[in-house]
Write a protein that binds this ligand. Sequence first.
Ligand code: 7RM
Length: 646
Amino acid sequence: MSDDNLLESFLFDEQAHSPSAEFAEQANVQDARIYQDASADSLSYWAKEAEQLHWFKKWDSVLDWKPPFAKWFVGGKLNVAYNCIDRHLETSRKNKAAIIFEGEPGDSRVITYQDLYNEVTKFANVLKSLGVQKGDRVSFYMPMIPELAIAMLACTRIGAVHSVVFGGFAPEALVGRVNDAQAKVIVTSDGGYRRGKVLPIKDNVDEALKANDSVEKVVVVKRTGSDIKMVSGRDLWYHELMEKAEVGGPAEPMSAEDMLFILYTSGTTGKPKGVVHSTGGYLTGVATTHRNIFDLKEDDVYWCTADIGWITGHSYILYGPLANGATTVMFEGTPDYPEQDRFWAVIEKYKVTILYTAPTAIRAFMKWGEEWPAKRNLASLRLLGSVGEPINPEAWQWYHKHIGGKRCPIVDTWWQTETGQILISPLPGITATKPGSATLPIPGIEVDVVDAAGFPMPTGQSGFLIIKQPWPAMLSTVFNDPQRYVDQYWSRFEGVYFAGDGAKKDKDGYIWILGRVDDVLNISGHRIGTMEVESALVDHPAVAEAAVIGKAHEIKGQAASAFVTLKDNVTYDDKLIKELKAHVAKKIGAIARPDDIFFTAELPKTRSGKIMRRLLRDVAEGRAVGDTSTLANPDVVTELKDKYED
Ligand code: 7RM
C-alpha cells in the first residue's frame, strides 16, 4: 500500500463502523473488560483459554520464557487429533459435519466427526505400519481434498511432524523443503484439478525426489484417475493402504512444547525458513482466536477460502475450527471456475454463515462485477473476515455492501506464518471497525510501532511493528536453525518480536499495517522472497545479475518486477522475456512469475555494491526517482527511466 492510499484510509477514519446492537447482544465476547483483564494478567488469561482444550495432564507452568525462546504450558500433555476429533464424539457433535468438501468439478463430501475419527485413526495406523514414529517428518504435496486434512490429523495423532508444501510450488521448491525437513514419507495425489485441467502433482513429486535421499515411501491418493507412474517398493496407493487399516488406536500424549508441524515461509534470503510450531500453545492460540474473532456458534457453517498449504489453512481451516467442533468448508477450486460466481454458489449451496477470505480475491470480484454475487442467495452470511494483506478501503466497502449486505461485521485479521494465530483484529461484538485497519491487538497481546532505535513512534507516523511479549501460538524456532530464529525475529529490537511489517497507530490506538519492510513480496497474499526470484533468474544461462522488486498491482496487491543484466554475448528479445518468466515459474511456481522483466546494462548500486531497490521501485511504478546521490553509477537510473517510461 502506498502512502497515498494510506492517507485515503485515514480519511475514512471518521466512518468507524460500530457493531450493531443485534450482533453485539449475541456475540461470544460482549464485555470490553476482557482487554483490561487480559493485560493485567496475560498468563492467567491464556491459561483459562487453554482449559477449553482437553489435557491428558495439566501443565505445571503456563510459560517458561528464556528470551527469545518460549515454552508454553510446560509439563502439560495433550494430543491435537484427540482435541479436534475424539472429544467431540462424546457430545452431540458426533454426527455433525466436521468437513464439508466441495471439489472443483462440483463433487461434494460431508465428513462427520465420527467419519473423521474412522479415517484419521486408520491413516494413523497406516503411518505406523510405514515405520513413521513420533518426531518423524511427513511431507505433503496435495490438492485441497479431505485426505490432506485426514493425513495431517493422523500425523498429529501419532506425534509425527507434518510439513505441508503448497501444491502450486515447483519440484525444485518442493525438494528443497523435503530435504530440509528430512521427511521419511510424502503424501501426495495422482493429480489435482485447476480450472478444469489436471495438475501433474505426482510427476512433480517424482521429479523432486531425484534430488532427495530421505523419503522412503510415497503415499498417493487417487483424485483425478490420471495415468501416473508408480515406483515399485516406494509408491503406495492410499486407498489400498486404507482398505487394510484398522479403525481406532491411541492418541499419543504429546508434551505441550513438542513440535507439531513445520511450515516453510519466505524470508529475506533465498532459502525459505522452516517455521516450527509446537503443540499446546499453538492449539490454544488458534482455538481461542477462532472462537472469539469469528464469533463461532454451534450451528455455524464456516468457510476459510485459503489453501491448506499456507498457514491460514493450517490454523483456520483445520485446527482452530476442528478444535472448536465447528463445521469447516474445504474448497478445492478457484473463484472463477466454472464461472465468476463460484464462491457465491458455494455459500448458497452450503448456507455458509462465516466467510474468511483475502483482499486480492475481493478486488478480483469487484472487477468482475457485483452482478455475480447478486445472482446468489447470500443471506446465510453473518460475519466476514479478511487476511493476507492490508485491505484497501474501497475493497472493504464493496465486501461490506455486496457480500455482507451491510449487516455483517468484517474482521480484518493481521498475523503471520510465524505468529501462528491472529494477533491484531477486531472482536466483532465490541470493536468499532475502520475500513483498512486491522484495529487493535487482541486481548493478551501487546504491540507497538517503533522507530529504527526501538522508540515508540508518535501517533500517525509510520514505523516498525513489534510484538512486546510472547503469545501461545508463536513459532518456537526455525527448523534446524535456531540462530536464524534469533537473528531474524528477536535481534532487530532487544527482547521484542520484529514482525517485518511497517505500521502506523492512529489517535485511537488502531493499527494500520503498511506492508513488508523487508525483501519479502506479498503477491495475492502469498509470501515470496525477492531473493528467491532473483536466484531463479540468475540460474538461467543468459542472466548475469537480477534484482527483483514488488510493484503495486490492482488485483494482486503486489507483482514481481525484475531488472536483469545479461551475460556479455546475449542479446534480448521478447522470446527471452517469456523464457525468463517461464524459468521462474518452473523453479519456484507460477505465483512467483514476474509480471515485467526490464533489461539493463547495469543495476543501480551503492558504492559498497548494494542494489538500490528503492530506485528500481520508483522506475517500475513510474514515479519521480528519489535520491541517487549515494549511487556508484547514477547514470543507470536515468537510462532506465528513459527506456521504460511510457
Ligand atoms: C496470515 C498470513 C504474513 C504477512 C504479514 C503482513 C501481511 C497478513 C494482514 C497483512 C495487513 C492484514 N501469513 N498480512 N494479514 N497485512 N493486514 N490483515 O498471511 O506469513 O503468509 O504473511 O502478510 O505483511 O507480515 S503470511
